[in-house]
Ligand binder design. Sequence first.
Ligand code: SS9
Ligand code: ZN
Length: 677
Amino acid sequence: MSGTALIYDDEMTRYKLLWTDPTCEIEKPERLMVSYEALKSKGLAERCESFTVREATEEEILLAHSKEYLEAVKQTPHLSLEELMSFTQQYSDVYFHPNIYHCAKLAVGATLQLVDNVMTGKVRNGMALVRPPGHHSQRNAANGFCVFNNVAIAALYAKKHYNLNRILIVDWDIHHGQGVQYCFEEDPSVLYFSWHRYEHQTFWPCLAESDYDGMGKGKGAGFNINLPWNKVGMTNSDYLYAFLQVLLPVAYEFDPELVLICAGFDSAIGDPEGHMCASPEIFGHLTHLLMSLANGRLCVVLEGGYNLTSLAQSVCQTVQTLLGDPTPILTGIGSPCHSAVESVQNVQAVHQSHWSCFNHITVSLVSEPSTKRSRKEDGDGEDTTETKDKTDKTEDIVWAEPLPRPAPPVRTVAVVPTELEDCLPEGCQHLGEISQLYIEEAKKIRNDHARDMTNEKSLQCLQNVLSVLEKIRNKEVCNGMVLVPDVFAFVSCAVQHALGSLCDRVLVVFVGDGNIPLDTQDGRVLLVQICSKEPEGVKSHYHVPVCLSKGLCEAASVIQAVLGLLLPLAYEFGPGLVVEALGDGSSKQDVPVWSQLTSLLQGLGQGRTLALLQRDCGSEMVSATGVSLLGSPAPSLGPLGAPLSEDVEALEAQRQRLKSQWGLLLKTESRTESQDK
Ligand code: SS9
Ligand code: ZN
């Protein structure tokens, strides 16, 4: 199963504001036009599967809306201008037009077509470019430019038609999708996550229920997660931190069967509503991080986004990631701001009893919900003006256009023994006998770094590794896999070669016990070792042993380690290459976790990965690694239980050891003046 759907119909550009209203003028037809034009001009639209858009049926709209409301909206095409204006009056921040009912039915229809094509396996994932947006609309009301709740209807439709029991809705729009929250408040089968500009309830829609203590009711308690942003100017680091600390741990524990994104891009830089500072590239990463859930079934549905430039760029970043192109470079990832850390910690604290990923560490509330305390008391210092100033005049903000993300002609190359060639998935290029091109370099590296590697076969294999690295360097391939006789020596040799010719920083993720002969003192190599026995002599801040009592076997512990330690360090480190190595002692049971790890790591270093596997790791491991390197979604791990408490303690000990060096490991207790914004 592969392919990305793009659902679009220019009919949805054919309604607009017909009178003067400063709050509504930003929601204009050009939003959709520029997004689609950008996808066409970058050659992305033609790479997607397109489908003609249908209208939703009344029955489908009634999944989330009342009969009375539908009947009222149905009359709007026949109203005069004056009647439209007064009809509009009963709702907040929305306008009607004679053609909006038609467009709203198309917006729901487009979203349902996306769900159908993903659920029936016609495509792996996709995006629906729609207007009007949906996440603010409610059972009985239009609101915030929204008429029908596209994504809420899609979730109810997917439950009904595909018998789904667990759906995740991620709302990265900068406004709270209160309409979605109301729809699923008591429903544990739909997990809703929203971050939103909140500023202690002073930002629209100014609701108490949007605060971090709005967490669902009755059976749905714990299945609504609100992350309020109490400052403007949030950056890539804050968004990444929120994903790694809150959304992803819960999402892996929940194990959705389908992921829907309320994809508003008013959370991007330059937006006149959001006033945030995250770059368009971040949406490539947020998308990538969600692509290994639900076996890759991911439906992205446009919501807001009012700066036409950043909107179009962000849409392109998202779609290009869905298509599987190398992830964009993120520079300058580091400490989240104090206000973000505080919000994250509050969410973790109130959700501790619902999600075992949070009930380990002692997290306590940093502050009362905004409604229960005085508005003026901000709780986080006197720096309120500093972040505001940067983002007040959105028209003055400039940022670099995202760089192209060309995909090498071949994604994955592999060198495996002949008897394992048949295990390689289709599309994975096999390298036969390597020419002697790299013999001198191989000998030199062997003499410097692996003197006891004496036999001819090893030297041949080392040439294979060098050859794969050269192909990565020349952009002939994106990633590669080599089975090696001695993973310790080969990791060391590969890293030396890469640092000399390919990039400045290498991330090594080593799974297995033992001591890897790598010098991590100079900060050019970050070594994260997932092991079951503590390795000797760990001193450097760039050597991070993650000791898990059952190694890869306990998925909950591994996911906690990957999201809570490995990925924060890795994103902040910003490697140009990832070397992932699997030592001996791995077993069949480790395959799904290894696959997830391999998929997640492709967010780093523009997806440039060298996988080195100990030669006897088994055919399942070889084939699963190939599949993940090719960009196929890793199989889901099933709902996760609590991580083992000894593992949690070991992770917390590492976090304590490293937190002063790595900003993304911050918690409020560890904040120092210099790390504060
Ligand atoms: C405050 C007015 C907010 C509603 C915005 C709805 C966005 C939907 N400046 N107006 S994504
Ligand atoms: Zn919005």
